[in-house]
Design a binder for this molecule. Structure first.
Ligand SMILES: Nc1ncnc2c1ncn2[C@@H]1O[C@H](COP(=O)(O)OP(=O)(O)OP(=O)(O)O)[C@@H](O)[C@H]1O
Length: 604
């Protein structure tokens, strides 16, 4: 392994230990203290065992000395009790530490995810990293500590027992000590292969999770059942986990064979030591020392096995821990935030000036020298075919991405100069793929402005503007009704009702800029007319960007911009664009004809 890797490994260990210390220093110290005591007990045990056996043998052969034999036996019992209490205490503290550590690491993963940028979430490698990190989060970091403790404690036991053993015979001590080395080397070797396999399969692991999601949630149920996709997804899942199993089985098999063969060396060495002890005892007649030998050989074998096993485990956990830390270390590319406070009311408006953009990792320009103005207090509608770049414009406005060239100005000030949090707080958006929170109605709307989560009057007003009040009032617990089907007592809403709730969430923000991306796609015509009839009143003096495919919606806008392949094709009011008889007029007539059941051409 290279020096850099070595250094990284050490860093992972120290980082995991630091994390643990931060979780609860008192518990860490408690575990260490108890471990120190339990580690020297075996050596004392060996000595006391030898003394006790000798005392019993003397008592049997001489007929007196019963008290000494009982005293030595009592000491053995005392040691057992001590070992037992310390083991229980240590186990208790370890379990608590483990729980706290697992929570803490999960929390850090979530906290990290909250601070990443949209581009990270639109990149599959981030998901792989997240997947790897989450898999390790529950137990690996604590395991490092547990391994270190076990390694240290076994080392202490080993040294103390070896001292006893050496005092009896150096040669036996050496044979017993070296025997388990080959097994440890094999474990290290297979540990690394195991890590590599798991690392390389994280995309497939995510696939299995996704397939599970497809067949186990209400969101996907209707379609997967109707299209009879369940068996297909199940087959794909089975194939993937089957492949994992075949690879794992082969690895485990090779590891088992290696351990069995190399383990024979240890057994042979221990056997030799036992025979040696037999021959020495037959010569000296010291029965107590023979008992001590047997206890010591077993102890050394066990402690060495555990020590080397612990080192191999430490190595393996450490490799996996690298996954967790690489996720936590993904550069967040926190956008530089300006300091300018956002204006309460726009005076000029929002201007896209000569904006070009391509998504990271792609060469295809999504926006090409696009310029347009959203005048303050007015409603501009943006229309264009699927993939024309409409939603991308909103992502740039909210600074989820930065334009490759050109500028976005709000009241003539580049967006980068505004305080970032303030900028986002002042844009009320509902995206096409808005979130249906499995939470109460109040929260679903209140999440639009968390400071008003408990302000039921504002929430009610926002619901009223979005036309959501009538159905909310019919729900069993009104605004406190749980929505969705994931949690107990939840009520499922229709697509249109969810959309109204999302609209209410955007209206609650009461922000100077409102962006409605396909806001009424699922709403019935009557409700749509109602919402848009009141749009001017609802958005007040906000500067509004309306993205829509339905032309009935678009007509209410003060100004309409048609974009195609990231460029402005034409713009004007509905009447101007109809008069111009360009793309807009053509698409409008096409839709109108669809409604009226007439050929498009005959109506022009
Ligand atoms: N994260 C991304 N990475 C790479 N390309 C993307 C990404 N998101 C969108 N695109 C591409 O950018 C183009 C514009 O997408 P955008 O979502 O802005 O279109 P839109 O006009 O809003 O479409 P629609 O009317 O279907 O919602 C599309 O070709 C799309 O494939």
């Amino acid at each position: 392994m290279s020096d850099t890797q070595d250094r990284q490994q050490t860093r992972h260990i120290t980082r995991a230990l630091r994390l643990l210390w931060e979780v609860n220093p008192r518990h860490v110290l408690g575990v260490l203290a108890m471990t120190a005591v339990t580690s020297v007990i075996p050596a004392i045990n060996v000595q006391v065992t030898a003394t006790a056996v000798q005392a019993v043998a003397d008592a049997v052969s001489s007929g007196n000395g019963r008290d000494a034999a009982f005293a030595a036996g009592g000491l053995l019992v005392g040691l057992m009790a001590l070992g037992h209490f310390f083991a229980v205490g240590r186990n208790y503290l370890e379990t608590l530490l483990q729980y706290r550590m697992a929570n803490q690491v999960q929390e850090r993963i979530m906290d990290k995810a909250v601070r990443l940028q949209l581009r990270h979430f639109e990149d599959p490698t981030t998901y792989d990293g997240l997947q790897r990190a989450s898999r390790e989060a529950g137990f690996r970091p604590y395991q490092i500590f547990a391994d270190l403790i076990s390694v240290t404690s076994n080392a202490v036991s080993l040294v103390s027992v070896t001292v006893v053993l050496i005092s009896w015979d150096v040669r036996v001590a050496l044979v017993v000590l070296l025997a388990p080395v080959p097994t440890m080397v094999a474990n290290l070797f297979y540990g690394r292969i195991g890590w590599k396999i798991e690392h390389d399969r994280s995309a497939d692991r995510r696939r299995t999770t996704y397939l599970q999601y497809l067949v186990t949630t209400d969101r996907t149920f209707k379609e997967t059942r109707l299209f009879d996709l369940g068996p297909l997804f199940l087959d794909r899942f089975r194939a993937l986990v089957g492949r994992f199993y075949t690879v794992d089985r082969s690895l485990e098999g090779r590891q088992a064979v290696a351990s069995a063969v190399l383990g024979l060396l240890s057994v042979g060495a221990a056997g030799g030591a036992v025979l040696f002890a037999v021959s020495t005892t037959v010569g000296s007649g010291q029965i107590g020392q023979f008992a001590g030998y047997i206890a010591a050989i077993t102890l050394v074998q066990n402690a060495l096995g555990a020590l080397f096993g612990g080192v191999a485990q430490l190595y393996e956990h450490n490799l996996f821990l690298g996954n967790l830390f690489s996720f936590l270390d993904i550069p967040e590319d926190a956008l530089p935030s300006g300091h300018r406070p956002f204006p309460a009311q726009l005076t000029k408006g929002v201007e896209f000036r000569d904006v070009s953009f391509a998504y990271p990792g792609t060469d295809t320009p999504v926006l090409q020298n696009l310029s347009m103005l959203l005048p303050a207090g007015r409603c501009v509608a943006l229309v264009g075919q699927n993939g024309a770049g409409k939603t991308t414009l909103v992502k740039l406005l909210a600074r989820f991405y930065a334009p490759a060239s050109g500028q976005i100005l709000i009241d003539d000030i580049p967006v980068e100069e505004y305080d970032l949090a303030d900028l986002r707080r002042n844009i009320g958006v509902i995206f096409q793929d808005f979130v249906q929170y499995e939470a109460s109605v109040r929260e679903n709307i209140g999440f639009g402005r968390v400071t008003e989560l408990d302000d039921i009057e504002s929430i009610r007003r926002a619901a009223g503007k979005a036309g959501a009040l009538p159905f909310i009032e019919e729900l069993p617990d009104g605004f406190d009704s749980q929505l969705g089907r994931w949690f107990e007592g939840g009520r499922q809403l229709s697509g249109g009702q969810w959309q109204k709730v999302a609209l209410a969430r955007a209206f609650l923000r009461d922000s100077p800029i409102v962006v409605l991306d396909e806001p009424t796609a699922a709403i019935d015509a009557e409700a749509e007319a109602e919402v848009f009839g009141q749009l001017a009143q609802i958005v007040g003096r906000s500067t509004t960007l309306l993205i829509a495919h339905r032309f009935s919606t678009v007509r209410v806008a003060d100004h309409i911009v048609v974009i195609d392949h990231g460029k402005v094709l034409e713009e004007g009011t509905h009447f101007e664009l109809m008069e111009r008889d360009g793309v807009y007029a053509k698409l409008f007539r096409l839709q109108a004809a669809g409604y009226l059941d007439q050929p498009a051409e005959s109506r022009s």
